[in-house]
Design a protein around this ligand. Structure first.
Ligand SMILES: [Zn+2]
Length: 530
């Protein structure tokens, strides 16, 4: 090699390795950092095998990943014996009210550094205003949102059970367009909920098309997740193909014992759509129970028009007879005989029922637990404003099969929890760490690097978080440091308010929000606008 070609090579290498850092912070001295994470096993989020390395951080960004011998820093964290991974990106949450709880401890303590809200069709109506409020509340983690179909439909049509007129559709399109311009990352539906459930496919195509024009994703809580799972997946794929939009199937599951095993068909449909060139991913939470409202157990026509209308229908005996019969049909189709699968999470009208199943609560309140009495209790509960519920109706086989699919990310589906209040689904305290504890270390369903990829680069790529989800120079320093031998969830259905084990340090934009297992006062999160 001549001196000139050597010099050219050296220059190329220098540009490749050093230039991004120098360009980002031209005034800083090479080899000096704000913080160094020393000697951890770096699992970088791409799925590549972990390797021993140190990470140098400056001004909230990763500057260098390597041996960093001789480098100095204002602060050092010893990560020897621990795994260093990108912070977890939870793309399916319901933490829209984060401004009221900006420290959001149950998320940051399980290593989540970025959340996406606005899922299942429900979001802020005014995204710009919500972002401004959240920015002034200074969240501990990074926040982004989708714009919800149910929200925009309610704005334009209330809870009307009919198709949109051309004018109404135009107004909904304008609302989605405004939300996307304000920085939403995509458009969501909740097609089992009022009023989205009343919409036909064409309306959703039109609105997803608006999101696609802005480069957004279409995320869907589908029309059905069990008895008609394949039809629902087909509709989701059809919408995405017509709208030319990336598709995210939310909380993929099989929620009917009569259909257990159908996840194989759903995943095959995703593979076939991907083979045709559609960008379709899914996400899942790693529990065999779902969480939703009480109303979803009633025929959707009962819920039209608000609480007053609902109560009129429930009060009329002839209508109630019809409702009861349809409710029974709905559970029978799923292969269920009664409501033993349904546990009350939070019933404001009588909190003494929190934590009981419907039969247990029927026994307590009405002195019997047969199906008719269970339904009578549910009728009273819905008239009193409803409840949030936990529903046990999924199988481990489906859950594990879905988890093994490479295009399914892990997301919690959790809303905000207040420590000690109610009996919420445990996923809000445990989902991300349960992946690493139960599903990697104990059950060995997937490997550690793959689990980390499913919570980092996979969701980052799908939702367009270009500078997050990997450990590489130039990217935001969202980092979680955990002990692979002890990481795990402690929250249970009976006792959910328990923080996980094994999450040692969590950095958001280079600032520790968890240090030595304890949450700090720092709230360095950013609103991530598309
Ligand atoms: Zn949902």
């Amino acid at each position: 090699m001549t001196f000139q070609s050597f010099a050219r090579l050296a220059l190329t290498v220098a540009l490749a390795l050093g230039a991004p850092a120098l360009q980002l912070h031209p005034s800083a001295q090479p080899g000096t950092f704000d913080l160094i994470l020393r000697n951890g096993r770096v699992v970088d989020g791409t799925g590549a095998p972990g390797r021993l390395a140190s990470i140098g951080i400056r001004a909230g960004r990763i500057v260098e990943v390597g041996p960093l011998e001789g480098a100095t820093a204002s602060a050092t964290i010893d990560a020897a014996g621990l795994v260093v991974a990108p912070g977890f990106i939870d793309v399916h949450t319901h933490v829209d009210e984060i401004a009221s709880q900006p420290a959001i401890p149950h998320f940051v303590r399980m290593g989540v550094t970025t959340v996406v809200a606005g899922n299942c069709g429900g979001s802020a109506a005014d995204v710009a205003k919500a972002f401004a409020e959240i920015e002034s509340a200074r969240p501990a983690l990074n926040y982004s949102t989708l714009v919800g179909h149910n929200t925009v439909r309610r704005e334009v049509m209330g809870t009307a059970n009919r198709q949109a007129t051309p004018d109404e559709l135009k107004r909904m399109e304008a609302l989605v367009d405004k939300a996307m311009a304000d920085g939403a990352v995509g458009f969501s539906t909740g097609l089992q909920y009022v009023p989205g459930t009343y919409a036909e496919t064409a309306e959703i195509v039109a609105l997803a098309r608006v999101a696609a024009r802005h480069g957004g994703v279409y995320a869907t809580h589908m029309r059905n997740e069990g008895t008609a799972l394949e039809e629902a997946v087909a509709e989701a794929i059809d919408i995405a193909e017509q709208a030319q939009c990336a598709l995210e199937i939310s909380h993929l599951k099989v929620d009917a014992p009569s259909r257990w095993g159908a996840s194989a068909k759903a995943l095959a449909m995703i593979d076939a759509a991907r083979a045709r060139g559609l960008r379709v991913n899914a996400d899942q939470y790693l529990y065999d129970a779902a969480s939703s409202n009480l109303g979803i157990r009633f025929p959707s026509w009962v819920l039209e028009g608000g609480q007053e209308k609902i109560n009129e229908r429930l009060a009329d005996e002839a209508t109630w007879t019809k409702i009861r019969a349809e409710m029974r049909e709905l559970i029978r189709e799923r292969g269920l005989e009664d409501y033993t699968f349904a546990r009350i999470a939070e019933y404001r009208a009588d909190r003494s029922l929190n934590g009981l199943t419907i039969p247990q609560a029927a026994q307590k309140v009405l002195g019997a637990a047969d199906l008719a009495t269970q339904q009578e209790l549910m009728r009273r509960m819905l008239r009193a404003g409803g409840a949030s519920m936990v529903y046990h109706f999924m199988s481990d086989n489906d859950l594990n099969r879905i988890l093994r699919h490479p295009m399914v990310s892990v997301a919690s589906d959790s809303g905000l929890n207040t420590f000690g209040e109610g009996v919420p689904h445990p996923r809000g305290y445990g989902n991300a760490v349960r992946t690493l504890g139960k599903y990697v270390r104990e059950d060995k369903v997937i490997g550690l690097e793959e689990a980390v990829r499913k919570m980092t680069s996979l969701p980052a790529d799908q939702f367009g978080f270009e500078d997050r989800g990997r450990l590489a120079p130039g990217l935001a320093a969202d980092i979680v440091v955990f002990d692979p031998a002890t990481v795990g969830d402690r929250a249970t259905y009976a006792d959910p308010h328990q923080y996980p084990t094994g999450i040692v340090h969590v950095l958001v934009n280079g600032v520790p929000v968890v240090r030595d297992g304890r949450q700090t006062d720092a709230r360095p999160g950013k609103v991530l606008r598309k």
